[in-house]
Design a protein around this ligand. Sequence first.
Ligand SMILES: Cc1ncc(COP(=O)(O)O)c(C=O)c1O
Length: 374
Amino acid sequence: MFPKRVASLQFSGIRKLFEAAPADAINLGLGEPDIQPPREIIEAFKNALDRGMNKYGPSAGIMELRKAIAENLKSYRRDVAAENIIVTVGATEGMRIACETILGEGDEALVPNPGFIIYGPDVALAGGKAIDYTLKLENGFCPDPDEIQSLITPRTKAIIVNSPSNPTGAVYSDAVIKAICDIATDHDIYILSDEVYHNFVYEGTHTSFARYHDDTIIVNSFSKSLAVTGWRIGYVATSKEIVEHLAKVQYYTLACPPTATQYAILEGMKIRKQFRAKMLAEFKARRDLAMAKLSKMPSFETPPVQGAFYVFPKYSQGLRSEDFAMTLLKAGVICAPGAAFGSLGEGHLRFSYANSRENISAALDIVREVAEKL
Ligand SMILES: Cc1ncc(COP(=O)(O)O)c(C=O)c1O
């Protein structure tokens, strides 16, 4: 018998679906930029290998990269230093060790529903209990601070937030962010803020929860911003005390993040602004195209979204999202069923626009045809 915390884990519904996809299907299920990383950082990676960066490094990551990340975060908080940063193996590992570090047995963490698939399992693996808060279409998929307030108990240790959001594409307003931070400050709880899409904001600017709440643990990554999902480099930014504990947990998990990759990412930090500008313009055009197409489908309700690279329409056909996604798959379009992101994702589909405009257009034409027939 395996322990419940492991036996109860399931592979995500998305993965199951992708495995059944025909080879020529158009993929609007992607959770990663479809483009390759900048040439310069591929060269930097090769150079790092040639320069002998093939050995263990420090558990919290190489100091040069920690310093560069801290420098970059000075716009959030002026007092941030390298000691506030730990380099992780993507946001996935960052979120995992953050949960293990701050949650005790039976502690509660509030998680978004619908929300990214790792939060509930991360809380459970740490021995905690995930309590859902709702993201409603009529609120533009933004959390309701009153609801968050009502869910807090003496066992609440953290609120997990994700803006820009996967799967909804919502970017929370400053007012909502501040209201949630005020609640966290009043109750002396952590905010665990997954900001992996911070570079994908099409209107306005990204606001970090760290701006308004001292006990914020930022979980971030280079996966999306430098289009290097396979390189597995991210970071956690928080207090020096928490970073020290995170480094211990990380040491016993993976010894250290990969050394050569960190030098390549360091190079990427020098050119990320130009790369981002190009990528953002293209993704904005794709977002506009997807929204224009979806707005012409009467059975789909698609609220405007400002970030990440997903749209999350609600459909009026009365079938389960997994069945709808499977029907689309057979017609040649891969998307993610809303139910994969929590019970409140049921009745929605997640389309990623990390694909060419041509493919987005062709795929959404197929979606319209299928939707009209159902
Ligand atoms: C909201 C969110 N957080 C975290 C991750 C994981 O990112 P990483 O590749 O840095 O582990 C993803 C990947 O899709 C994501 O969408």
